[in-house]
Design a protein around this ligand. Sequence first.
Ligand SMILES: *[C@@H]1O[C@H](CO)[C@@H](O)[C@H](O)[C@H]1NC(C)=O
Ligand SMILES: *[C@@H]1O[C@H](CO)[C@@H](O)[C@H](O)[C@H]1NC(C)=O
Ligand SMILES: *[C@@H]1O[C@H](CO)[C@@H](O)[C@H](O)[C@H]1NC(C)=O
Ligand SMILES: *[C@@H]1O[C@H](CO)[C@@H](O)[C@H](O)[C@H]1NC(C)=O
Length: 188
Amino acid sequence: MAYVRFNVKSELSLSCIVLLIYFQVSKCSEESNCSKLQIGQYICFPPEINSTTQQPVGCSRQTDGSYKAYAPCVPAPRVSCTGLSQNGTFKRPVDCKPTNGKSFETALLLSVFLGMFGIDRFYLGYPALGLLKFCTLGFMFVGQLVDIVLIATQIVGPADGSSYIIDYYGAGVMHLVVDNVTYYHPTG
Ligand SMILES: *[C@@H]1O[C@H](CO)[C@@H](O)[C@H](O)[C@H]1NC(C)=O
Ligand SMILES: *[C@@H]1O[C@H](CO)[C@@H](O)[C@H](O)[C@H]1NC(C)=O
Ligand SMILES: *[C@@H]1O[C@H](CO)[C@@H](O)[C@H](O)[C@H]1NC(C)=O
Ligand SMILES: *[C@@H]1O[C@H](CO)[C@@H](O)[C@H](O)[C@H]1NC(C)=O
Protein backbone atom coordinates (compact mmCIF):
# COMPACT_ATOMS: atom_id res chain seq x y z
CA MET A 1 0.00 0.00 0.00
CA ALA A 2 2.71 2.38 1.02
CA TYR A 3 4.59 1.50 -2.14
CA VAL A 4 1.65 2.45 -4.40
CA ARG A 5 1.12 5.74 -2.58
CA PHE A 6 4.75 6.60 -3.13
CA ASN A 7 4.42 5.88 -6.83
CA VAL A 8 1.37 8.10 -7.30
CA LYS A 9 3.07 10.88 -5.45
CA SER A 10 6.25 10.75 -7.50
CA GLU A 11 4.29 10.55 -10.72
CA LEU A 12 2.32 13.62 -9.72
CA SER A 13 5.42 15.60 -8.86
CA LEU A 14 7.12 14.43 -12.03
CA SER A 15 4.27 15.67 -14.19
CA CYS A 16 4.30 18.89 -12.22
CA ILE A 17 7.96 19.37 -13.01
CA VAL A 18 7.40 18.53 -16.67
CA LEU A 19 4.57 21.05 -16.84
CA LEU A 20 6.69 23.67 -15.14
CA ILE A 21 9.58 23.14 -17.52
CA TYR A 22 7.18 23.27 -20.44
CA PHE A 23 5.73 26.63 -19.39
CA GLN A 24 9.15 28.02 -18.55
CA VAL A 25 10.59 27.01 -21.92
CA SER A 26 7.60 28.32 -23.85
CA LYS A 27 7.84 31.60 -21.94
CA CYS A 28 11.54 31.97 -22.74
CA SER A 29 11.26 31.11 -26.40
CA GLU A 30 8.45 33.59 -26.91
CA GLU A 31 10.24 36.18 -29.04
CA SER A 32 8.99 39.72 -29.23
CA ASN A 33 9.51 42.41 -31.79
CA CYS A 34 12.92 44.07 -31.30
CA SER A 35 11.34 47.52 -31.36
CA LYS A 36 9.41 46.58 -28.20
CA LEU A 37 12.46 45.74 -26.07
CA GLN A 38 12.75 47.61 -22.77
CA ILE A 39 15.68 49.77 -21.67
CA GLY A 40 18.51 47.46 -20.61
CA GLN A 41 17.54 44.76 -23.10
CA TYR A 42 19.46 46.34 -25.95
CA ILE A 43 22.60 48.35 -26.67
CA CYS A 44 22.63 51.17 -29.17
CA PHE A 45 25.61 52.53 -31.02
CA PRO A 46 26.08 56.24 -31.71
CA PRO A 47 24.23 57.24 -34.86
CA GLU A 48 26.18 58.32 -37.93
CA ILE A 49 26.64 62.09 -37.81
CA ASN A 50 26.28 64.31 -40.88
CA SER A 51 29.31 66.62 -40.78
CA THR A 52 27.39 69.47 -42.41
CA THR A 53 24.45 69.55 -40.03
CA GLN A 54 26.21 67.96 -37.02
CA GLN A 55 23.06 65.91 -36.58
CA PRO A 56 22.39 62.20 -37.02
CA VAL A 57 22.07 61.24 -40.68
CA GLY A 58 18.42 60.94 -41.69
CA CYS A 59 17.07 63.37 -39.11
CA SER A 60 13.50 64.04 -40.16
CA ARG A 61 10.21 65.36 -38.84
CA GLN A 62 7.86 62.76 -37.41
CA THR A 63 4.07 62.83 -37.47
CA ASP A 64 4.01 64.09 -33.87
CA GLY A 65 6.17 67.08 -34.79
CA SER A 66 9.36 65.88 -33.13
CA TYR A 67 12.56 65.23 -35.04
CA LYS A 68 14.06 61.77 -35.01
CA ALA A 69 16.82 59.80 -36.66
CA TYR A 70 17.60 56.12 -36.32
CA ALA A 71 20.55 54.55 -34.53
CA PRO A 72 21.68 50.93 -34.91
CA CYS A 73 21.13 48.76 -31.85
CA VAL A 74 21.76 45.14 -30.91
CA PRO A 75 19.85 43.04 -28.36
CA ALA A 76 21.66 42.46 -25.07
CA PRO A 77 23.35 39.09 -24.54
CA ARG A 78 20.79 36.28 -24.05
CA VAL A 79 17.98 38.48 -25.33
CA SER A 80 16.47 37.46 -28.63
CA CYS A 81 13.87 39.24 -30.66
CA THR A 82 12.39 39.32 -34.13
CA GLY A 83 13.01 41.89 -36.79
CA LEU A 84 16.82 41.91 -36.83
CA SER A 85 18.56 42.88 -40.06
CA GLN A 86 21.09 40.54 -41.65
CA ASN A 87 24.00 41.98 -39.65
CA GLY A 88 22.09 41.46 -36.40
CA THR A 89 21.09 45.06 -35.76
CA PHE A 90 17.80 46.83 -35.46
CA LYS A 91 17.03 50.53 -35.46
CA ARG A 92 15.74 52.69 -32.68
CA PRO A 93 14.73 56.34 -32.91
CA VAL A 94 17.00 58.98 -31.37
CA ASP A 95 16.19 62.64 -30.88
CA CYS A 96 17.73 65.13 -33.26
CA LYS A 97 17.29 68.78 -34.14
CA PRO A 98 16.51 70.41 -37.46
CA THR A 99 19.29 72.74 -38.60
CA ASN A 100 19.32 75.13 -41.49
CA GLY A 101 22.93 76.15 -42.03
CA LYS A 102 23.21 78.64 -39.18
CA SER A 103 26.25 77.95 -37.05
CA PHE A 104 26.32 78.86 -33.39
CA GLU A 105 30.01 79.75 -33.49
CA THR A 106 29.55 82.04 -36.48
CA ALA A 107 26.57 83.78 -34.89
CA LEU A 108 28.44 84.38 -31.64
CA LEU A 109 31.59 85.65 -33.38
CA LEU A 110 29.54 88.00 -35.57
CA SER A 111 27.71 89.24 -32.49
CA VAL A 112 30.91 89.94 -30.58
CA PHE A 113 32.88 91.57 -33.40
CA LEU A 114 30.26 93.00 -35.76
CA GLY A 115 27.20 93.21 -33.50
CA MET A 116 27.31 97.01 -33.44
CA PHE A 117 26.48 96.89 -37.16
CA GLY A 118 23.72 94.33 -36.65
CA ILE A 119 25.51 91.72 -38.77
CA ASP A 120 24.60 88.96 -36.29
CA ARG A 121 20.91 89.79 -36.63
CA PHE A 122 21.18 89.80 -40.43
CA TYR A 123 22.93 86.42 -40.28
CA LEU A 124 20.20 84.90 -38.12
CA GLY A 125 17.46 86.29 -40.34
CA TYR A 126 16.16 89.33 -38.49
CA PRO A 127 16.83 92.09 -41.09
CA ALA A 128 14.68 94.75 -39.40
CA LEU A 129 16.51 94.47 -36.10
CA GLY A 130 19.79 94.25 -38.00
CA LEU A 131 19.11 97.50 -39.79
CA LEU A 132 18.08 99.18 -36.55
CA LYS A 133 21.31 98.08 -34.90
CA PHE A 134 23.28 99.16 -37.97
CA CYS A 135 21.85 102.69 -37.84
CA THR A 136 22.25 103.14 -34.08
CA LEU A 137 25.64 101.45 -33.71
CA GLY A 138 23.94 98.62 -31.84
CA PHE A 139 21.83 100.98 -29.71
CA MET A 140 25.12 102.58 -28.66
CA PHE A 141 26.61 99.14 -27.91
CA VAL A 142 24.01 98.33 -25.24
CA GLY A 143 21.92 96.37 -27.72
CA GLN A 144 25.03 94.63 -28.95
CA LEU A 145 25.85 93.49 -25.42
CA VAL A 146 22.29 92.27 -24.89
CA ASP A 147 22.42 90.34 -28.16
CA ILE A 148 25.75 88.71 -27.26
CA VAL A 149 24.15 87.39 -24.08
CA LEU A 150 20.96 86.33 -25.88
CA ILE A 151 22.90 84.46 -28.55
CA ALA A 152 25.47 82.95 -26.18
CA THR A 153 22.67 81.53 -24.03
CA GLN A 154 20.88 80.39 -27.20
CA ILE A 155 17.73 82.24 -26.21
CA VAL A 156 17.88 83.86 -29.66
CA GLY A 157 18.33 81.38 -32.46
CA PRO A 158 17.85 81.38 -36.23
CA ALA A 159 14.70 83.25 -37.23
CA ASP A 160 13.26 80.28 -39.11
CA GLY A 161 12.97 78.30 -35.87
CA SER A 162 15.74 75.87 -36.78
CA SER A 163 18.50 74.95 -34.35
CA TYR A 164 22.06 76.18 -34.39
CA ILE A 165 24.68 73.91 -35.88
CA ILE A 166 26.79 72.89 -32.88
CA ASP A 167 29.35 70.10 -32.94
CA TYR A 168 27.42 66.93 -32.07
CA TYR A 169 30.14 65.75 -29.72
CA GLY A 170 31.42 69.26 -29.03
CA ALA A 171 31.54 71.36 -25.90
CA GLY A 172 28.29 72.43 -24.37
CA VAL A 173 26.14 69.51 -25.40
CA MET A 174 25.65 66.43 -23.29
CA HIS A 175 25.21 63.18 -25.15
CA LEU A 176 25.03 60.05 -23.09
CA VAL A 177 26.40 57.16 -25.09
CA VAL A 178 25.89 53.63 -23.88
CA ASP A 179 28.28 51.18 -25.49
CA ASN A 180 29.11 47.56 -24.86
CA VAL A 181 31.62 48.51 -22.16
CA THR A 182 29.12 50.65 -20.26
CA TYR A 183 26.53 47.94 -20.49
CA TYR A 184 28.62 44.85 -19.88
CA HIS A 185 29.37 44.61 -16.18
CA PRO A 186 30.77 41.20 -15.32
CA THR A 187 30.01 40.05 -11.78
CA GLY A 188 32.64 38.31 -9.73
C1 LIG B 1 24.20 66.20 -44.75
O1 LIG B 1 23.23 67.22 -44.67
C2 LIG B 1 23.19 68.07 -45.81
C3 LIG B 1 22.20 69.18 -45.53
O2 LIG B 1 20.96 68.69 -45.10
C4 LIG B 1 22.80 67.25 -47.04
O3 LIG B 1 22.78 68.07 -48.17
C5 LIG B 1 23.81 66.13 -47.21
O4 LIG B 1 23.42 65.30 -48.29
C6 LIG B 1 23.92 65.31 -45.95
N1 LIG B 1 25.00 64.34 -46.10
C7 LIG B 1 24.85 63.04 -45.80
C8 LIG B 1 26.04 62.20 -45.96
O5 LIG B 1 23.78 62.60 -45.41
C1 LIG C 1 7.92 45.39 -35.23
O1 LIG C 1 7.25 46.59 -34.88
C2 LIG C 1 7.36 47.62 -35.85
C3 LIG C 1 6.70 48.88 -35.32
O2 LIG C 1 6.10 48.69 -34.10
C4 LIG C 1 6.74 47.18 -37.16
O3 LIG C 1 6.91 48.18 -38.15
C5 LIG C 1 7.43 45.90 -37.63
O4 LIG C 1 6.81 45.42 -38.80
C6 LIG C 1 7.39 44.83 -36.55
N1 LIG C 1 8.20 43.70 -36.99
C7 LIG C 1 7.85 42.42 -36.79
C8 LIG C 1 8.81 41.40 -37.29
O5 LIG C 1 6.82 42.13 -36.23
C1 LIG D 1 23.30 46.68 -40.80
O1 LIG D 1 22.18 46.58 -41.66
C2 LIG D 1 21.38 47.77 -41.70
C3 LIG D 1 20.17 47.51 -42.55
O2 LIG D 1 20.31 46.37 -43.36
C4 LIG D 1 22.24 48.92 -42.26
O3 LIG D 1 21.47 50.11 -42.26
C5 LIG D 1 23.45 49.11 -41.35
O4 LIG D 1 24.30 50.10 -41.90
C6 LIG D 1 24.22 47.81 -41.23
N1 LIG D 1 25.30 48.01 -40.25
C7 LIG D 1 26.54 47.56 -40.42
C8 LIG D 1 27.49 47.82 -39.31
O5 LIG D 1 26.86 46.97 -41.44
C1 LIG E 1 33.33 46.30 -27.05
O1 LIG E 1 33.48 46.52 -28.46
C2 LIG E 1 34.83 46.69 -28.88
C3 LIG E 1 34.82 46.98 -30.35
O2 LIG E 1 33.64 47.51 -30.78
C4 LIG E 1 35.63 45.43 -28.56
O3 LIG E 1 36.97 45.62 -28.91
C5 LIG E 1 35.54 45.11 -27.07
O4 LIG E 1 36.17 43.89 -26.81
C6 LIG E 1 34.07 45.03 -26.64
N1 LIG E 1 34.01 44.86 -25.20
C7 LIG E 1 33.22 43.95 -24.60
C8 LIG E 1 33.27 43.92 -23.12
O5 LIG E 1 32.46 43.22 -25.23
